[in-house]
Write a protein that binds this ligand. Structure first.
Ligand SMILES: [Zn+2]
Length: 214
């Protein structure tokens, strides 16, 4: 039971007709002598009615509309300032922006292959992509690599933290999806494996060409 004795204007009057006995009487409102507990119960009962629910809903919508209108007005009034801010923000965060894009691309690719486990830690994964981007500020470009490839003829790795690492971009391109730890192919492409050799050779040639490596 609530303690009504602390209420402003509370006085201990006769026990009300609903028998709310707060120790020899009911705490009542000196303004109109009503029993505080009766009032509380009445308010609670009213809140459960359809009428009250409809009113709450209406009020919520009104508030929402009001906020919407206000922010619309704000954007109107500050259009140039906001545009300026957005432009500056994108400029300052350019290299990070693209890491979201790269991660999203990998995620989509993985998702298609059902290689995104429910626990796939995307918030943390983004950080790896950001780090790769940060490292690429210099001459050497880095990429995020799925250690076990998302898809190859033999295995399907996962888009998750433990399967990601940062490696040099040219290494990643050469690696393609033909190599993973303890896999059947070595990275010595000149000697080649027995599987998908032609495809690999083509890929390697393409990569060398793209990177200007002899
Ligand atoms: Zn009462």
């Amino acid at each position: 039971m609530k303690d009504f004795s602390k209420r402003k204007n509370a006085y201990l009057g006769p026990v009300c007709k609903h028998g709310h006995d707060h120790g020899g009487g009911s705490w009542r409102d000196s303004a109109n002598s009503t029993c505080f507990e009766c009032t509380t119960e009445r308010i609670k009962r009213y809140a459960q009615t359809d009428r009250a629910k409809a009113k709450r809903k209406e009020a919520k919508k009104r508030d929402k509309d009001k906020i919407k209108l206000k922010s619309q007005e704000y954007r109107q009034r500050n259009r140039e300032r906001i545009a300026e801010y957005n432009k500056r923000y994108i400029e300052e965060n350019k290299h990070w922006h693209s890491s979201y894009f790269y991660e999203w691309n990998a995620y989509r690719r993985a998702h298609k292959l059902k290689a995104t486990p429910a626990w796939c830690e995307r918030q943390d994964i983004i950080l790896i992509y950001k780090e790769a981007k940060e490292m690429s500020k210099g001459d050497i470009k880095y990429q995020v690599d799925h250690i076990v490839p998302l898809i190859s003829d033999l295995v399907c790795g996962l888009h998750c933290l433990s399967n990601l690492r940062i490696i040099e971009a040219k290494e990643n391109i050469v690696k393609g999806n033909r190599w993973w730890p303890d896999g059947p192919f070595d990275l010595d492409h000149e000697n080649g494996g027995t599987h998908g050799l032609d495809d690999r050779k083509k890929r390697l040639e393409r990569a060398k060409k793209a990177l200007g490596v002899a």
